[in-house]
Design a protein around this ligand. Structure first.
Ligand SMILES: Cc1ncc(COP(=O)(O)O)c(C=O)c1O
Length: 405
């Protein structure tokens, strides 16, 4: 934050200023944050430290599909915390087994076996390691605009050969090809390709939706060349795009599917589910983690998955998303500042020609939490439990924010 923060962002309260000052002093400054200090939330509403109310159009970046503090999540949180929060993967964990069973039930068939971690990047790491272990190859094809996480190097610096050797040499060899370009993927495949990793719909890349036929053809290519298809559904999974899995829009089933974000219902949880035959490559000691799959995270993951299914949140996302995209496209007709509107379910991107951060700040001041990605794409990703009138209100604030510029 610069010196003229108040002038740029409106008069900040003493509380907000105090938290910002602590953050700047003691937190590594890796995030460019908006000057809001949320302290409480319920459903789709969030309140900051001054009592100001917001409609959440961020969902903790596609985490809170079931909304903040869903009563069923709170109940399980309390009950499980009173019994057992953490133990160790050296023992059998009932909640992990049950959450895996349920995930296998709702995942695209025949994905069946799960490895549990704590985050999206860990889920992707597990997927890449599994693909290396299964194929014995190290090259991956990924898409331009992709986002799969930020880990690096921990295993490369782990001394014990037992953990390290099956995956060495380190540094994944990734070839990047334009998203939605089948020919480019075909040309990138080599004898060393272990797999192709794609987000079926790119999230951080700016909400990029592939053309019909692309993912289907990539699946065929993988089958023909005997390479693995990894769909990173960390952001798109659990109903966000209007289907339980984004791959379902095109009836394409990957071989391995990393998941996280909405999985834990608000608590960190990650999972990598794969076909049985591939999953076998992860034998004893092949991968592991201290916290992944702990009883609390798994009890909550199971409940969050059930809520998404039992409350038909995919269908809700499809229906509400369609209306929102229609409305935003109409707005685009009137406003030059909006360059494009892309949406699938409640994963919506509004590409703008002006400073997206400034626009978000305006909208935040008017009472919604909203962020942007890929520099110029404002993302609307509310909890899937949002009521129609709440979404309407949020869209009105977005429209007002645009009209002011
Ligand atoms: C598609 C995708 N994969 C992986 C990740 C990384 O997840 P995490 O931030 O939980 O490590 C993200 C995060 O935004 C994501 O959108």
């Amino acid at each position: 934050m610069g010196k003229n923060q108040d002038e740029e962002e409106g008069n900040l309260s003493h509380n907000t200023k105090a938290v910002i000052s602590l953050d700047e002093r003691f937190v590594m400054q890796t995030y460019s944050r908006f000057p809001v200090v949320p302290v409480r939330a319920k459903g789709v509403k969030v309140w900051d430290c001054d009592g100001k109310e917001y409609i959440d159009c961020v969902s903790g970046i596609a985490v809170l599909n079931v909304g903040h503090r869903h009563p069923r999540i709170l109940k399980v949180l309390k009950e499980q915390a009173e019994q057992l929060m953490h133990i160790s993967n050296h023992f059998y964990i009932e909640q992990q087994a049950k959450a895996s069973e349920y995930l296998a039930k709702i995942a695209p068939k025949p994905l069946e076996k799960t490895f549990w971690g704590n985050s999206g990047t860990e889920a992707v790491e597990a997927a890449l390691k599994l693909a290396i272990k299964y194929t014995g190859k190290h090259e991956f094809i990924a898409a331009q605009g992709s986002f799969h996480g930020r880990t690096m190097g921990a295993l490369a610096t782990t001394w014990n050969e037992h953990y390290r050797a099956p995956y060495a040499p380190f540094g994944i060899n990734a070839k990047f090809v334009p998203f939605n370009d089948l020919q480019a993927i075909k040309e990138a495949v080599s004898k060393d390709t272990a797999g192709i990793i794609l987000e079926p719909v790119q999230g951080q890349g700016g909400v990029n939706i592939p053309s019909n036929g692309y993912l289907e053809a990539v699946r065929e290519l993988c089958d023909e060349k005997e390479i693995l298809l990894i769909f990173d559904e960390v952001q798109t999974g659990f109903g966000r795009t209007g289907k339980l899995w984004a791959g379902e829009h095109w009836n394409v089933v990957p071989d391995i599917m990393p998941l996280a974000k909405a999985l834990g219902g608000g608590i960190s949880s990650g999972a990598c589910i794969a076909k049985e035959e591939i999953a076998k490559a992860f034998d004893h000691g092949a991968h592991g983690t201290t916290f992944g799959g702990n009883p609390l995270a798994c009890a909550l993951s199971l409940e969050a998955m059930k809520i998404v299914v039992e409350e038909n949140l995919s269908e809700r996302a499809a229906e509400l998303g369609k209306k929102a995209v229609k409305q935003l496209k109409e707005l685009k007709e009137d406003l030059e500042i909006i360059k494009d509107v892309r949406g699938i379910g409640l994963l919506i991107g509004i590409e703008v020609s002006k400073d997206a951060k400034k626009l978000c700040l305006e909208m935040i001041k008017k009472g919604i939490l909203i962020t942007y990605t890929a520099e110029k794409v404002i993302r609307v990703i509310p909890p899937l439990v949002i009521k129609e009138e709440e979404l309407e209100k949020a869209l009105n604030i977005i429209a007002e924010g645009f009209k002011q510029h």
